[in-house]
Structures are given as structure tokens and as C-alpha cells.
Write a protein that binds this ligand. Structure first.
Ligand SMILES: *Cc1c(COP(=O)(O)O)cnc(C)c1O
Ligand code: SF4
Length: 430
């Protein structure tokens, strides 16, 4: 076998088995490593050779933002929990007691925010459909079974429960016929968002099996692929054995008259720097697909406005379209990563003010909450009272889209459920 080259390296994952060695590389002490590994018994860890060797600046670890993007931090969970888990992990790493303790901690982390498992799952007669979510009239989300993992896991992942044993694949389906039948029965659906995990973890033949029937559907105007592959494994579009076939598949979707949108998740400007990413973006754009970018605002990883303006400008220059800045959801280690809404709005506005009008396609900061996507527009003084001004970008009830409303200013609020209505008894969606 020829040794893998920098460009043509085959995908190799790092899992919890490799964690201790990798943490040593960050210079953590025995105790610190044990505590970080204790966190990884609750929240999923996965990385790969590209992220570890090409993206992380090890001289800056453990403060390096890309290191923090994938490696567990001991303070991501309450310290008493970490102490308990660390003791159990040291005593008996395979023991039932550790398993039970990590399960209990997970239950307290709101594993399925915004009623994901129940509220948005469509029914046909008595049956609740697996792997399909239909929350907003025009758009259906599809979770292909083979796409429910990622090339690496983000420490702040809002779908983390998908990756740990207790709720595995509850949202996934391999039944494309069922999705097609559902869409045909719902003529209002014009957009399908294939998501995960990361659908680009699937090889081209599997991806084709899902996309081919969708591109035949006349009512479908756009097909979106929610992915972090451009950040975590750009080889997927350049040097992987099925890269060329994948690009041909993208061309076919475009030729079928659909808007193919690669919804690319980029967390930090560093992810845009490698030559491989530049090349991957060029190739995808060459197929006629459009790349739109999105990410959550995360404390200690990307909570400075200069990082966002830099991301948006570079993306724009590369031909991508900035789409969403999200607020970190109310799940997993939210307490650790949350940026208060009052601060999020400042970060957004300052970054937004630093870019040209062509980059101002981006919207946010947006909370994907139970009633819909709620955008925090700003803080204002109205009738002598300090308030948040908000509006709904998306809503279960389409009549509410675009309606402005107010909430009492609260400097500590981090999520919709922390807010109280101002000048009204209720919020419009209540
Ligand atoms: C964000 C989201 C969509 C897509 O909304 P757009 O505004 O069209 O981008 C669809 N369904 C769910 C559940 C979402 O969270
Ligand atoms: S890429 Fe998305 S689904 Fe995958 S770990 Fe990151 S946030 Fe979660």
C-alpha cells in the first residue's frame, strides 16, 4: 500500500479509545484528562485525522477554538457530576454503575429540545412516520438512516442525543418511498431538507438512492443537504473515491430543475483556510449547486464579532451565501456554551455592520424553538421600557411569519423560555 498523501488521505476516525492520547497532546494533567474523559461518557466524542492534524492549532490547545469545537471540556457539565463520573470511570470503565450514571446525567440535559421526537413527526392514519419532520408548511426534513453520524462531532451539538445509545436512530428512516408518498399527499411541500447527523457521510450510491426519487417530483423546488463535511472532511468533494460521482449527482439534481442547496455548517474562520476547502467549494459550485452557510454562536469558540464578519466575507468571496446565525439550543451543555441574547444581538449587529450589502443575506441571531424560528432584532426603548424586539422567521402557524413582537429586556436570558412578553399578555405564538 502506498502511504496516504496529505490530499488523498483516507478517512480515519478518532473515538473515545484514542481520547486519552489526544488529550495528552493538549498537555492536560492526569486528573484533567480523566475529567475530560468523564464528560465524554455523557456527550459523544468523535474526530478525525483532518480535524486533528490540519485544523487544530495544538500549540494553543486546550484554548484553541477548533480544539474546543471537538474535544470535551471538563467544565461542560456540573462539577459534581464530573467528579462522580470520573471516579466511576477510574474504578471500572466498563461497569454498569458508570453506564447508569452517565445515562442519568444525559436525562437532565434535555436531549430532545423543541419537542423534536413527538411534535413535528407527521402521521399517516395511526402511524407516526419515522425519520420525517414537518414543522413549517413548505419544508420537510428527512433523516436518512445511513446519514445519522458526522465526520466529527461538535461539542455543542444540538442533535447529540442521536449519537448516544439511548435514543439511537429514533428519528431516522431508510424508507424513501414513504417520504415520496408523504410529499405527494402534501402539495404544499416544495422543499426537502436532508439532514442528520450529516448526509454527506453517506457514499454516493446511498445518497443517490435517496435523491433520485426526490428530483423526479415536480412539486419540489429545492433540495437541501445539511452538512458539516466542508468543515470536517472536505476530501468528500475532492479526493474521496466517490467525490466525482457525488459531483455528477449534484449536476443531475440541478439538471432536473431543482435548486440544490448545500447548507454548510462553518463554526470558525479557520475552517475556510485549507486549500482543500477552497477546492471543494469550487467543485460544488461548478455543479450548479448553491452553498449557503450557517452556524450557532458559541461562547468560547466564536463569540467575537470579528470572527463572524471574517467568516461571512471569506464565504462571500468564495461564492457561498451566508444564511443563518443561530442561538445555541436549550440542550446538552447549553449552560456552558450559551451567549445571552442581549450579547448575541450585539455580536450579530457588529459583524453585520462590517460586511458589504451582498453578505447581508445572513439572518439572526435566530432561535429554533418550539413555535418556530425566532429572530432577535435588537434591544430598544419603547414607552420608557427596555425591550427585546423580535420577529418570527419561520412559524408553525404561517400567519405569524414576519410579525414583530416584544419581550421584557433581560440581560441574562439565553433562550425563548427565559423571555416574558412586553406590552401584551402573551406572545403571538402562545
Ligand atoms: C430551519 C428549519 C427549516 C428550514 O427553514 P427555512 O427558513 O426555510 O430555512 C425547516 N424545518 C425545521 C424544523 C427547521 O428548524
Ligand atoms: S455537524 Fe451538526 S449534527 Fe454533526 S455534530 Fe456538529 S452540530 Fe451535531
Amino acid at each position: 500500500m502506498t502511504p496516504p498523501t496529505a490530499e488523498g488521505r483516507r478517512f480515519r476516525a478518532y473515538t473515545t479509545r484514542h481520547l486519552d492520547d489526544l488529550l495528552k497532546r493538549a498537555g492536560l494533567s492526569d486528573e484533567q484528562r480523566l475529567r475530560a474523559r468523564a464528560v465524554a461518557t455523557v456527550l459523544p466524542f468523535r474526530s478525525n485525522t483532518y480535524v486533528v492534524d490540519d485544523l487544530i492549532d495544538w500549540s494553543a490547545a486546550p484554548d484553541d477554538p477548533i480544539y474546543r469545537l471537538v474535544f470535551p471540556q471538563e467544565d461542560m457539565l456540573p462539577s459534581e457530576d464530573v467528579t462522580t463520573l470520573a471516579r466511576l470511570l477510574a474504578d471500572d470503565p466498563k461497569g454498569a454503575e458508570l453506564k447508569a450514571a452517565s445515562f442519568a446525567v444525559r436525562r437532565r440535559l434535555n436531549p430532545h429540545p423543541a419537542g423534536q421526537l413527538e411534535l413535528n413527526r407527521p402521521r399517516v392514519g395511526e402511524d407516526q412516520l419515522q425519520g420525517i419532520q414537518h414543522k413549517y408548511r413548505e419544508t420537510v426534513l428527512f433523516f436518512p438512516q445511513q446519514g445519522q453520524t458526522c465526520h466529527a462531532y461538535c461539542t455543542y451539538c444540538f442533535r447529540w442525543a442521536q449519537f448516544v445509545g439511548d435514543s439511537d436512530l429514533k428519528m431516522a428512516s431508510n424508507d424513501i418511498d414513504q417520504l415520496v408518498a408523504y410529499i405527494k399527499a402534501h402539495p404544499e411541500v416544495t422543499s426537502v431538507l436532508v439532514t442528520g447527523g450529516d448526509p454527506m457521510i453517506m457514499g454516493e450510491p446511498v445518497l443517490r438512492r435517496y435523491l433520485a426519487p426526490l428530483m423526479e417530483l415536480e412539486q419540489i423546488e429545492s433540495i437541501r443537504l445539511g452538512t458539516k463535511a466542508l468543515g470536517y472532511w472536505p476530501q468528500r468533494f475532492v479526493t474521496d473515491p466517490d467525490a466525482e460521482d457525488t459531483l455528477r449527482l449534484f449536476e443531475e439534481v440541478v439538471a432536473a430543475g431543482k435548486n440544490l442547496a448545500v447548507m454548510a455548517h462553518f463554526t470558525h474562520p479557520r475552517e475556510l483556510e485549507p486549500e482543500l476547502v477552497v477546492e471543494a467549494v469550487k467543485r460544488i459550485r461548478g455543479t450548479g449547486a448553491v452553498i449557503r452557510t450557517q452556524a450557532p454562536l458559541i461562547r468560547s469558540i466564536n463569540d467575537r464579532p470579528e470572527l463572524w464578519s471574517s467568516m461571512w466575507r471569506t464565504q462571500h468571496t468564495m461564492g457561498m451565501i451566508p444564511y443563518y446565525m443561530f442561538v445555541e439550543r436549550d440542550t446538552g451543555p447549553q449552560d456552558y456554551f450559551a451567549v445571552p441574547l442581549a450579547q448575541a444581538v450585539d455580536v450579530f449587529r457588529e459583524a453585520y455592520s462590517q460586511v458589504s450589502g451582498l453578505c447581508r443575506t445572513v439572518r439572526g441571531p435566530s432561535m429554533s424553538a418550539d413555535p418556530g424560528k425566532v429572530c432577535v432584532d435588537g434591544v430598544a426603548e419603547v414607552a420608557g421600557q427596555q425591550v427585546f424586539v423580535l420577529h418570527m422567521i419561520q412559524a408553525r402557524d404561517p400567519k405569524l411569519v414576519g410579525t414583530p413582537f416584544f419581550a421584557k429586556y433581560d440581560p441574562d436570558a439565553v433562550w425563548l423560555h427565559d423571555l416574558e412578553p412586553a406590552f401584551a399578555e402573551k406572545f403571538p405564538f402562545q
